[in-house]
Ligand binder design. Sequence first.
Ligand SMILES: *[C@@H]1O[C@H](CO)[C@@H](O)[C@H](O)[C@H]1NC(C)=O
Ligand SMILES: *[C@@H]1O[C@H](CO)[C@@H](O)[C@H](O)[C@H]1NC(C)=O
Ligand SMILES: *[C@@H]1O[C@H](CO)[C@@H](O)[C@H](O)[C@H]1NC(C)=O
Ligand SMILES: *[C@@H]1O[C@H](CO)[C@@H](O)[C@H](O)[C@H]1NC(C)=O
Ligand SMILES: *[C@@H]1O[C@H](CO)[C@@H](O)[C@H](O)[C@H]1NC(C)=O
Length: 129
Amino acid sequence: MRFFSALSTIIAAASVALVSAQEAARFGVVNVSPSGLLTANESITIKYNSTLAAHQPLYVDFYLEGEFSNGNAAPNLLISRNTYSVNQTLLLQNATVPNLDLLGNVTYGLWAWVTYNQDSLTQIGGISA
Ligand SMILES: *[C@@H]1O[C@H](CO)[C@@H](O)[C@H](O)[C@H]1NC(C)=O
Ligand SMILES: *[C@@H]1O[C@H](CO)[C@@H](O)[C@H](O)[C@H]1NC(C)=O
Ligand SMILES: *[C@@H]1O[C@H](CO)[C@@H](O)[C@H](O)[C@H]1NC(C)=O
Ligand SMILES: *[C@@H]1O[C@H](CO)[C@@H](O)[C@H](O)[C@H]1NC(C)=O
Ligand SMILES: *[C@@H]1O[C@H](CO)[C@@H](O)[C@H](O)[C@H]1NC(C)=O
């Protein structure tokens, strides 16, 4: 019994890892360099890679999503809207982090929000850096 319960725990953990890997690839992958916390006015390079995305993006919008130090959500900030061509798999972009200090003590991360067609519906999904 002990063996079986240990085994099913391992299988459950493996399926969770698999599901999150699939979820991570579903909308493509986005990276920011330099990595680490985003700071006001910082110059960053954003790399969005849709090679493994389940559906070809129509648009890729880069946003910052963050929170105040008390845990409340801070305003979402648009970095850029981008059209994405039919056979495109990569979008490299230099950008400047807005002056986040205007909002006080905030922590922000970058998201790529992807617009795509599936099942005759125009859908939107997001992936974080
Ligand atoms: C960001 O830029 C604004 C406007 O130029 C400036 O007032 C502010 O001091 C800068 N903040 C940092 C942390 O560089
Ligand atoms: C894009 O993702 C694919 C699949 O993971 C990978 O093979 C390729 O090297 C990536 N391209 C870049 C420029 O990172
Ligand atoms: C901002 O909030 C963090 C987390 O609560 C805290 O550690 C830090 O000291 C705060 N910074 C300032 C400048 O208030
Ligand atoms: C996209 O790739 C397909 C297959 O390689 C090609 O037939 C088509 O012309 C390409 N479309 C564009 C807009 O480049
Ligand atoms: C980003 O800036 C660097 C340094 O100026 C430059 O070499 C690179 O070509 C730029 N990349 C893009 C995608 O504009």
